[in-house]
Write a protein that binds this ligand. Structure first.
Ligand SMILES: C[S@@+](CC[C@H](N)C(=O)[O-])C[C@H]1O[C@@H](n2cnc3c(N)ncnc32)[C@H](O)[C@@H]1O
Length: 280
């Protein structure tokens, strides 16, 4: 495990070297070393919002082993984050289905509502979500990686309805939301973590609210993209294929307490699952 000091107060101005976690030793993000460079073009109000927006949970966040060992190259390495965080790359990775999937997720979300987005998404996803909710709504985004928090705070600096917090998706919170949205996180985490994340997110939906999950699903046997997806999963994404073997509902500890609506897309390669608490 790599222990990171909490950067929630000022990490928006972190530089690449402040956010470099190349080894397995304990790494800290120290606000006193940080530059103001990332605030270029950001107003004072926005700076204050970015710097003092966090209210959630513990004083430290721990990068889980699966993230450090499997996804360091894509989410923690500052050089790669720089070039991967682009809309065309997300679109290509999702076989140009990203807009359709994003719209399917957003169609579950009312303007002016409160939304928890669990884990950063590259490209313009969160900006579009903030626009969709509007200034009468509230978007809270959490991510476990300081570099992703830093990056996303910059992307969302112009949206007063959005705040970004450093937190693990399994960390409990007193807050509840109209919608909790989990976009392509589950396939990247081990199965025991999938259960913890889903159980925890279900605790954070308001009465009448919903959990919306968009992720991979087992494609039709004759899907032309199945062999390459299978190869990519076997090589780079060791926790993804369990979404081919299990429904998302099977990971929840108390699935019987909820209604589960399931829609598949693009020959079954992707799925949207909408979960709502059953009436008592
Ligand atoms: C949402 S997933 C993948 C999204 C999608 N593939 C994309 O295009 O960006 C990637 C993010 O999940 C975050 N993450 C991984 N495990 C997490 C956890 N337990 N809690 C919060 N964030 C987590 C990573 O730091 C990373 O920023």
């Amino acid at each position: 495990m790599v222990e990171l000091m909490d950067n929630r107060q000022t990490d928006c101005s972190a530089t690449d070297s402040d956010l470099s976690f190349a080894d397995n030793s304990a790494s800290s993000v120290n606000s006193s070393n940080l530059s103001e460079a990332c605030f270029d073009g950001v107003s004072t109000d926005q700076k204050n919002k970015i710097s003092h927006s966090d209210t959630r949970m513990s004083d430290s966040a721990v990068i889980p082993d699966y993230l450090q060992q499997t996804y360091y190259w894509s989410y923690l390495n500052p050089r790669n984050v720089n070039w991967l965080d682009r809309e065309p790359i997300v679109k290509a990775i999702l076989w140009w289905q990203h807009n359709k999937l994003r719209n399917a997720a957003f169609s579950e979300i009312e303007p002016a509502s409160s939304v928890l987005q669990v884990a950063a998404v590259y490209g313009d996803f969160s900006k579009n979500l903030a626009k969709h909710i509007g200034t009468d709504g509230k978007l809270t985004l959490i991510d476990i990686a300081p570099i992703q928090v830093h990056n996303t705070r910059i992307k969302l600096a112009a949206y007063p309805q959005a705040e970004v917090q450093l937190a693990d998706a399994v960390a409990s919170s007193d807050s509840q939301y109209d919608t909790v949205l989990c976009y392509f996180l589950l396939h990247e985490i081990p199965d025991d973590y999938k259960t913890k994340v889903i159980d925890n997110l279900l605790q954070q939906i308001k009465p009448g609210g919903k959990l919306v999950i968009v992720d991979y699903h087992k494609p039709h046997w004759a899907h032309p993209i199945k062999p390459i997806t299978s190869m990519v999963f076997d090589t780079l994404e060791p926790f993804a294929k369990s979404l081919w073997r299990h429904t998302i509902k099977e990971f929840a500890s108390h699935s019987e307490r909820y209604d589960w609506q399931h829609t598949t897309y693009f020959g079954g390669l992707y799925q949207k699952v909408v979960v709502q608490k059953k009436a008592d």
